[in-house]
Design a protein around this ligand. Structure first.
Ligand code: B12
Ligand code: SF4
Length: 656
């Protein structure tokens, strides 16, 4: 029986679930870096339904939760669901395979209290797109009364919400064969609570297009979003940007299209963005993803730069042509890599390459060699390394399932940061070792110095921040930068069911050493980044001028003013004016030395590091007498503080 429709509050919770870490705790951070575009899309769609009052007099209330930075408000949802006259729907949004276990746990917990739940995203879409039968983990949700949705929901979201409101949700919705037209689809909106939760409060996302014409075997996109690019109209994109700029100052974007270069409307979109920048003064900057041959598309880079492209993420994947051949990524020609990176560099755009480790022809040695070449010859500004993973939705995954090939059973590990299948040549941990070494080699101090030394002054801080974010994720947060934020938080009670729930005391015992290690790691990393800054920082014009003048003075001093001459000059002056004091040789020497010191701008803090290490060593060996050189300790501590203040100020103000 359909209940009569009358004005009641209909609470729609849009939840982006996180995933579990290897110890079963939900990954949540104090601050996130990349906002979820899926969440912004679903929020935009729901807001559109609310504003157009498609559900009539229903009081539609939208709640947005991103588990990357928010705690899952289960109790609040249960309370609302119990209230008479209120209805609740929880939508688990953009659920990728690695998030599926967490999403399923949330869904089942909600179903146990009769809350209506829908789930969508790449895992559901990928599994239903590639296999004729429903896989067991999805069937388990269906059996529990969760409604699963495969495919995109533009132009049909209102119908789904109506079904939910009328308690008529179907177990499975399949929209994979009917890809929606995006040209006038409701735009993604970043919810107003998120700027404070993100490192960059001015950061937004838009998927200007979906789909890609290429045919890589490890790719899920083509089997879900199709090989024909569908795109939002340039007018719609510009209007979205204009509005977000005015409403909340968003002026930095991640255009999440997997391949912006194959968006048929790239030219018109860039032209509209150029006009926005040049005629209306709304100068946004954006990051795009593009392919290696994109540099050969006439006018693509030039227009991208004029439109505000600051960074390009390029799917390079491998330096081994046999790997590319096996994966069907034949559009990537290794001999063009340098030219492609060079062309973007030349235009002043920062380059980040996506690089996969674990292709069939990789070995521990070949990966080492390839990374060396990547660093020395190809020279991108950054690299993001992924472990080859058979992602549901890809041809690789489909073939492995059909062949009954061995594969990791725990979807939580499908985050491209874990081994999920045996590798033909890298066994017994060799694959993970090669992967970890790639990160270490690329983000070594030596390579970061080389990168920043060739970075243009105006891009210095962008690249520096990115290097900081990536190294912090890998070294300090212990996870991939695409999963990491800043400062890891752990909730004792929302632990994965296969792990024991800890007592408060046991949790404290775990957390205190972890936090101490985190603080130590942060200090180590800050000092390393300080060293990097000292060695590479771009000096302001004034600083360069002052430096030159000081250098001249120093040369002059060295050449002409010897201590004895200075003293003689003072003595002559005293003969004229008896009130003048003739300084001692020692004080003149000190004065000159301090002049020289002023002009000696620091390039490194290596001497300081050496001092502290030596001090610690002496302290450990009980050489208290030498340790108690209070004056030197104080002096060096002061120098450290001065340096740290200089570095942190530069870091926070972007050197300005
Ligand atoms: C931007 C992006 C990110 C961003 C933001 C994530 C996001 N979802 O917005 C960041 C940087 C965080 C990210 C990280 C990762 N990503 Co990513 N990412 C993308 C990318 C390029 C675009 C996402 C997007 O905006 N899509 C557009 C939205 C609207 O599509 P959608 O999520 O499918 O949502 C639509 C439908 O599915 C449906 N829908 C979705 N949710 C719901 C819910 C309900 C209730 C309903 C009814 C409908 C519905 O409606 C939506 C609108 O039509 C996609 C590729 C792609 N083309 O989608 C990869 C992609 C999603 N990422 C992928 C991967 C593997 C990762 C990482 C594991 C990799 C890594 N190590 O970097 C991490 C994991 C992060 C994590 N655990 O959260 C894979 C996932 C494949 C899979 N089977 O799991 C994809 C498909 C790319 C690929 N390599 O194949 N990613
Ligand atoms: S180029 Fe990228 S988006 Fe296109 S099919 Fe290959 S991996 Fe997928």
């Amino acid at each position: 029986m359909t209940p009569a429709r009358h004005p009641v509050a209909f609470h729609v919770f849009l939840v982006r679930p996180s995933k579990y870490d290897d110890e079963g705790f939900v990954i949540r951070h104090w601050r996130a870096v990349v906002p979820s575009n899926s969440l912004a899309c679903l929020y935009g769609l729901t807001e559109d339904v609310r504003q157009r009052r498609v559900l009539g007099e229903v009081d539609l209330r939208i709640h947005v939760v991103d588990e990357a930075v928010n705690k899952m408000p289960l109790d609040r949802i249960f309370r609302l669901n119990r209230r008479a006259g209120e209805r609740v729907l929880v939508c688990l949004v953009g659920v990728q395979t690695n998030q599926f276990c967490r999403a399923a746990d949330i869904a089942l917990a909600l179903r146990r209290k009769q809350v209506a739940v829908m789930i969508g995203g790449f895992h559901i879409s990928g599994m239903l797109a590639m296999f004729p039968t429903v896989s067991p983990e999805i069937q388990q949700l269906v059996d529990a009364g969760v409604s699963v949705v495969a495919g995109e929901v533009e132009h049909r979201w209102a119908d789904l919400l109506r079904d939910a409101y009328d308690w008529k949700l179907k177990p499975i919705y399949r929209f994979l064969d009917d890809l929606p037209d995006l040209s006038d689809a409701p735009r993604p909106i970043k919810h107003k609570q998120f700027p404070a939760k993100h490192v960059h409060s001015n950061y937004g996302t838009i998927d200007c297009s979906r789909g890609c014409p290429f045919n890589c075997s490890f790719c899920t996109i083509i089997n879900i979003q199709g090989r024909k690019s569908r795109y939002r109209s340039p007018e719609c994109i510009v209007e979205t940007i204009r509005q977000a700029y005015r409403d909340s100052g968003v002026n930095l974007y991640f255009f999440t299209d997997d391949n912006f270069a194959r968006n048929p409307a790239w030219k018109e979109t860039f032209d509209r963005l150029i006009a926005l920048r040049e005629d209306e003064g709304i100068a946004i900057e954006f990051v795009i993803q593009a392919d290696i041959p994109s540099h050969k598309i006439r006018g693509f880079i030039d227009k991208a730069v004029r439109a505000g492209c600051c960074t390009v993420f390029i799917g390079m994947e491998s330096l081994n042509p046999r790997n590319l051949q096996t994966a069907g990524k034949t559009q990537n020609r290794v001999q063009e890599y340098r030219a492609s990176i060079g062309a973007w560099h030349h235009a002043g755009v920062t380059t980040i390459v996506g690089y996969i480790i674990g292709f069939p022809h990789d070995t521990e040695g070949s990966v080492r060699c390839d990374i060396r070449r990547l660093v020395r010859e190809v020279q991108p500004d950054q690299a993001s390394f992924f472990m080859m993973t058979p992602l549901p939705g890809s041809r690789d995954h489909q073939c492995m399932i059909e062949d009954g090939a061995p594969m990791e059973a725990d979807y939580n590990r499908f985050d491209c940061f874990h081994e999920t299948m045996p590798h033909p040549h890298m066994k017994d941990g060799a694959w993970t070792r090669a992967y970890a070494e790639a990160w270490r080699r690329f983000y070594s101090l030596e390579n970061m110095k080389a990168i920043l030394s060739r970075t243009r002054p105006e891009k210095y801080w962008d690249v520096f921040y990115n290097l900081f974010w990536y190294t912090n994720s890998i070294v300090n947060e212990g996870t991939h930068p695409m999963l990491a934020g800043f400062v890891r938080l752990k909730d004792r009670v929302s632990r994965r069911a296969c792990f024991p729930q800890e007592s408060r005391l046991a949790h404290l015992r775990r957390r205190i050493p972890e936090i101490c290690e985190f603080l130590r790691g942060t200090l180590r990393l800050t000092l390393e980044m300080e060293e990097l800054w000292l060695a590479t920082r771009k000096r302001s014009e004034t600083e360069v001028r002052v430096l030159e003048e000081l250098a001249l003075m120093r040369a002059e001093l060295r050449r002409s003013l010897r201590i004895s001459e200075l003293q003689a000059a003072y003595a002559r002056a005293k003969a004229q004016m008896p009130s003048i004091e003739v300084p001692s040789r020692l004080s003149l020497f000190r004065e000159q030395a301090s002049l020289l010191r002023v002009s000696r701008f620091r390039q490194t803090r290596r001497d300081l590091a050496r001092f502290w290490i030596a001090l610690r060593r002496r302290f450990r060996h009980g050489k208290i007498g030498t340790v108690l050189r209070v004056d030197r300790i104080a002096l060096n501590a002061l120098r450290e503080i001065r340096l740290a203040v200089g570095f942190l100020t530069a870091l926070m103000t972007g050197g300005s």
